[in-house]
Design a protein around this ligand. Structure first.
Ligand code: HEC
Length: 191
Protein backbone atom coordinates (compact mmCIF):
# COMPACT_ATOMS: atom_id res chain seq x y z
CA UNK A 1 0.00 0.00 0.00
CA UNK A 2 1.26 3.44 -0.89
CA UNK A 3 2.43 5.41 2.08
CA UNK A 4 1.78 9.08 2.68
CA UNK A 5 5.01 10.99 2.58
CA UNK A 6 3.72 14.38 3.68
CA UNK A 7 6.25 15.85 1.31
CA UNK A 8 5.14 19.33 0.21
CA UNK A 9 5.35 20.00 -3.51
CA UNK A 10 7.45 22.84 -4.69
CA UNK A 11 4.73 25.31 -5.62
CA UNK A 12 2.58 27.76 -3.78
CA UNK A 13 -0.59 29.35 -5.14
CA UNK A 14 -1.60 32.33 -3.04
CA UNK A 15 -0.63 30.45 0.08
CA UNK A 16 -2.17 27.16 -1.00
CA UNK A 17 0.30 24.29 -0.96
CA UNK A 18 -0.06 20.63 -1.92
CA UNK A 19 1.26 17.31 -0.55
CA UNK A 20 2.79 14.85 -2.99
CA UNK A 21 0.69 11.89 -1.80
CA UNK A 22 -0.39 8.92 -3.94
CA UNK A 23 -4.07 8.56 -4.86
CA UNK A 24 -6.03 6.41 -2.42
CA UNK A 25 -5.86 2.68 -3.27
CA UNK A 26 -9.65 2.26 -3.51
CA UNK A 27 -9.71 5.04 -6.12
CA UNK A 28 -6.95 3.43 -8.17
CA UNK A 29 -8.72 0.09 -7.90
CA UNK A 30 -11.85 1.62 -9.46
CA UNK A 31 -9.73 3.06 -12.22
CA UNK A 32 -8.17 -0.33 -13.04
CA UNK A 33 -11.57 -1.97 -12.96
CA UNK A 34 -12.90 0.48 -15.55
CA UNK A 35 -9.96 -0.39 -17.81
CA UNK A 36 -10.57 -4.11 -17.46
CA UNK A 37 -14.30 -3.51 -18.00
CA UNK A 38 -13.56 -1.50 -21.14
CA UNK A 39 -11.42 -4.28 -22.63
CA UNK A 40 -14.12 -6.82 -21.84
CA UNK A 41 -16.81 -4.62 -23.35
CA UNK A 42 -14.81 -4.11 -26.54
CA UNK A 43 -14.22 -7.84 -26.88
CA UNK A 44 -17.83 -8.78 -26.09
CA UNK A 45 -19.54 -6.38 -28.47
CA UNK A 46 -17.01 -5.54 -31.17
CA UNK A 47 -14.33 -8.25 -31.42
CA UNK A 48 -16.12 -11.50 -30.60
CA UNK A 49 -19.52 -9.97 -31.43
CA UNK A 50 -21.33 -12.04 -28.82
CA UNK A 51 -23.55 -9.19 -27.65
CA UNK A 52 -26.18 -7.56 -29.86
CA UNK A 53 -25.37 -4.02 -30.85
CA UNK A 54 -27.94 -1.34 -30.12
CA UNK A 55 -29.55 -1.37 -33.56
CA UNK A 56 -29.91 -5.15 -33.54
CA UNK A 57 -31.32 -4.95 -30.03
CA UNK A 58 -33.78 -2.32 -31.24
CA UNK A 59 -34.96 -4.55 -34.11
CA UNK A 60 -35.42 -7.49 -31.73
CA UNK A 61 -37.44 -5.39 -29.30
CA UNK A 62 -39.63 -3.99 -32.07
CA UNK A 63 -40.32 -7.52 -33.31
CA UNK A 64 -41.25 -8.64 -29.81
CA UNK A 65 -43.52 -5.61 -29.38
CA UNK A 66 -45.19 -6.28 -32.73
CA UNK A 67 -45.82 -9.89 -31.72
CA UNK A 68 -47.27 -8.78 -28.41
CA UNK A 69 -49.50 -6.30 -30.21
CA UNK A 70 -50.73 -8.91 -32.69
CA UNK A 71 -51.44 -11.30 -29.82
CA UNK A 72 -53.35 -8.59 -27.98
CA UNK A 73 -55.39 -7.64 -31.04
CA UNK A 74 -56.23 -11.27 -31.76
CA UNK A 75 -57.34 -11.54 -28.17
CA UNK A 76 -59.53 -8.49 -28.32
CA UNK A 77 -61.20 -9.29 -31.63
CA UNK A 78 -62.02 -12.76 -30.34
CA UNK A 79 -63.84 -11.06 -27.50
CA UNK A 80 -65.95 -9.27 -30.11
CA UNK A 81 -64.84 -5.67 -29.70
CA UNK A 82 -61.94 -3.47 -28.73
CA UNK A 83 -62.53 -1.34 -25.66
CA UNK A 84 -61.46 1.92 -27.31
CA UNK A 85 -63.78 1.64 -30.32
CA UNK A 86 -67.44 1.54 -29.42
CA UNK A 87 -70.04 -0.07 -31.62
CA UNK A 88 -73.04 1.77 -30.23
CA UNK A 89 -73.82 5.40 -31.08
CA UNK A 90 -74.11 7.44 -27.90
CA UNK A 91 -77.44 9.24 -27.76
CA UNK A 92 -77.55 10.40 -24.15
CA UNK A 93 -77.79 14.16 -23.54
CA UNK A 94 -74.53 14.24 -21.58
CA UNK A 95 -72.59 12.39 -24.24
CA UNK A 96 -73.99 14.57 -27.04
CA UNK A 97 -73.32 17.74 -25.04
CA UNK A 98 -69.74 16.57 -24.49
CA UNK A 99 -69.51 15.86 -28.22
CA UNK A 100 -70.90 19.28 -29.15
CA UNK A 101 -68.37 20.89 -26.82
CA UNK A 102 -65.52 19.24 -28.67
CA UNK A 103 -67.12 20.05 -32.02
CA UNK A 104 -67.59 23.75 -31.12
CA UNK A 105 -64.13 24.30 -29.67
CA UNK A 106 -62.51 26.98 -31.89
CA UNK A 107 -60.19 25.55 -34.52
CA UNK A 108 -61.34 21.99 -33.96
CA UNK A 109 -64.14 20.91 -36.31
CA UNK A 110 -66.26 23.92 -37.22
CA UNK A 111 -63.50 25.73 -39.09
CA UNK A 112 -63.61 23.08 -41.81
CA UNK A 113 -67.02 21.47 -41.49
CA UNK A 114 -69.09 24.58 -40.59
CA UNK A 115 -70.83 25.39 -37.33
CA UNK A 116 -73.66 22.96 -38.04
CA UNK A 117 -71.77 20.38 -40.06
CA UNK A 118 -73.02 21.91 -43.33
CA UNK A 119 -69.52 21.64 -44.83
CA UNK A 120 -66.94 24.22 -45.92
CA UNK A 121 -63.43 23.01 -46.60
CA UNK A 122 -64.53 19.62 -45.39
CA UNK A 123 -67.61 17.77 -46.61
CA UNK A 124 -71.16 18.11 -45.38
CA UNK A 125 -71.51 15.75 -42.43
CA UNK A 126 -75.29 16.01 -42.09
CA UNK A 127 -76.29 14.08 -45.20
CA UNK A 128 -76.32 10.38 -45.90
CA UNK A 129 -73.30 10.55 -48.21
CA UNK A 130 -69.82 9.53 -47.11
CA UNK A 131 -66.48 9.84 -48.87
CA UNK A 132 -64.86 7.58 -46.32
CA UNK A 133 -66.36 4.58 -44.63
CA UNK A 134 -70.05 3.81 -44.42
CA UNK A 135 -71.33 6.34 -41.90
CA UNK A 136 -71.41 3.84 -39.05
CA UNK A 137 -70.06 4.93 -35.70
CA UNK A 138 -67.03 2.69 -36.08
CA UNK A 139 -66.17 4.19 -39.44
CA UNK A 140 -66.63 7.80 -38.22
CA UNK A 141 -64.51 7.07 -35.14
CA UNK A 142 -61.89 5.57 -37.45
CA UNK A 143 -61.81 8.63 -39.77
CA UNK A 144 -61.68 11.09 -36.88
CA UNK A 145 -58.90 9.04 -35.26
CA UNK A 146 -56.61 8.57 -38.25
CA UNK A 147 -57.85 11.44 -40.43
CA UNK A 148 -57.42 11.68 -44.19
CA UNK A 149 -54.18 13.67 -44.15
CA UNK A 150 -53.82 13.66 -47.95
CA UNK A 151 -57.23 15.39 -48.27
CA UNK A 152 -56.87 17.81 -45.36
CA UNK A 153 -58.74 15.95 -42.65
CA UNK A 154 -56.62 16.02 -39.51
CA UNK A 155 -55.92 12.83 -37.53
CA UNK A 156 -57.24 13.59 -34.06
CA UNK A 157 -55.70 10.68 -32.19
CA UNK A 158 -52.93 12.89 -30.81
CA UNK A 159 -55.29 15.66 -29.67
CA UNK A 160 -58.46 13.94 -28.52
CA UNK A 161 -58.72 10.99 -26.17
CA UNK A 162 -60.57 7.88 -27.44
CA UNK A 163 -63.50 8.86 -25.21
CA UNK A 164 -63.64 12.32 -26.76
CA UNK A 165 -63.48 10.90 -30.28
CA UNK A 166 -66.40 8.69 -29.37
CA UNK A 167 -68.38 11.68 -28.11
CA UNK A 168 -67.69 13.94 -31.07
CA UNK A 169 -68.36 11.10 -33.55
CA UNK A 170 -71.70 10.40 -31.91
CA UNK A 171 -72.45 14.10 -32.10
CA UNK A 172 -71.59 14.15 -35.81
CA UNK A 173 -74.00 11.26 -36.40
CA UNK A 174 -76.70 13.12 -34.45
CA UNK A 175 -76.51 15.88 -37.08
CA UNK A 176 -77.67 13.53 -39.84
CA UNK A 177 -80.77 14.81 -41.58
CA UNK A 178 -80.63 18.20 -39.85
CA UNK A 179 -80.60 20.07 -43.19
CA UNK A 180 -78.53 23.09 -42.13
CA UNK A 181 -78.46 26.32 -44.19
CA UNK A 182 -75.81 26.65 -46.88
CA UNK A 183 -75.27 22.91 -46.93
CA UNK A 184 -72.60 21.67 -49.29
CA UNK A 185 -73.92 19.28 -51.93
CA UNK A 186 -73.54 15.58 -51.14
CA UNK A 187 -70.20 13.95 -51.83
CA UNK A 188 -69.33 10.30 -51.92
CA UNK A 189 -71.55 7.27 -51.66
CA UNK A 190 -74.97 7.09 -50.05
CA UNK A 191 -75.40 4.75 -47.08
C1 HEC B 1 -58.41 21.39 -41.49
C2 HEC B 1 -59.75 21.07 -41.88
C3 HEC B 1 -60.52 20.04 -41.08
C4 HEC B 1 -60.73 19.97 -39.73
C5 HEC B 1 -60.22 20.94 -38.68
C6 HEC B 1 -61.58 18.84 -39.50
N1 HEC B 1 -61.85 18.21 -40.68
FE1 HEC B 1 -62.98 16.54 -40.92
N2 HEC B 1 -62.55 16.54 -42.92
C7 HEC B 1 -61.84 17.51 -43.59
C8 HEC B 1 -61.77 17.17 -44.99
C9 HEC B 1 -61.08 17.98 -46.07
C10 HEC B 1 -62.46 15.94 -45.13
C11 HEC B 1 -62.67 15.15 -46.43
C12 HEC B 1 -61.61 14.10 -46.58
C13 HEC B 1 -61.73 13.39 -47.90
O1 HEC B 1 -61.91 14.04 -48.91
O2 HEC B 1 -61.59 12.15 -47.88
C14 HEC B 1 -62.95 15.59 -43.80
C15 HEC B 1 -63.69 14.45 -43.52
C16 HEC B 1 -64.29 14.19 -42.32
C17 HEC B 1 -65.15 13.06 -42.07
C18 HEC B 1 -65.56 12.02 -43.09
C19 HEC B 1 -66.55 12.60 -44.05
C20 HEC B 1 -66.79 11.75 -45.28
O3 HEC B 1 -67.70 12.06 -46.04
O4 HEC B 1 -66.04 10.77 -45.45
C21 HEC B 1 -65.57 13.16 -40.76
C22 HEC B 1 -66.51 12.23 -40.04
C23 HEC B 1 -64.93 14.32 -40.19
N3 HEC B 1 -64.15 14.91 -41.16
C24 HEC B 1 -65.09 14.73 -38.89
C25 HEC B 1 -64.36 15.76 -38.31
C26 HEC B 1 -64.40 16.10 -36.90
C27 HEC B 1 -65.27 15.40 -35.88
C28 HEC B 1 -63.52 17.11 -36.72
C29 HEC B 1 -63.14 17.78 -35.42
C30 HEC B 1 -62.65 16.93 -34.36
C31 HEC B 1 -62.95 17.44 -38.02
N4 HEC B 1 -63.47 16.59 -38.95
C32 HEC B 1 -62.04 18.45 -38.24
C33 HEC B 1 -61.27 18.63 -43.02
C34 HEC B 1 -61.22 18.92 -41.67
Amino acid sequence: MAKETNQVLNHNYDGIEEYDNPLPPWWKMLFYITIIWGVGYLAYYHVLEIGDLQDAEYVTEMELAEEALQAQMANESSEGSTPAVPTVVLTGDDALAAGKNIWDKPGQCTSCHGANGEGMIGPNLTDAFWLNGDGSLDSVVEIVTVGVPAKGMIPWAGTLRPEEIKYVSSYVLSLKGSNPDNARPPQGKKF
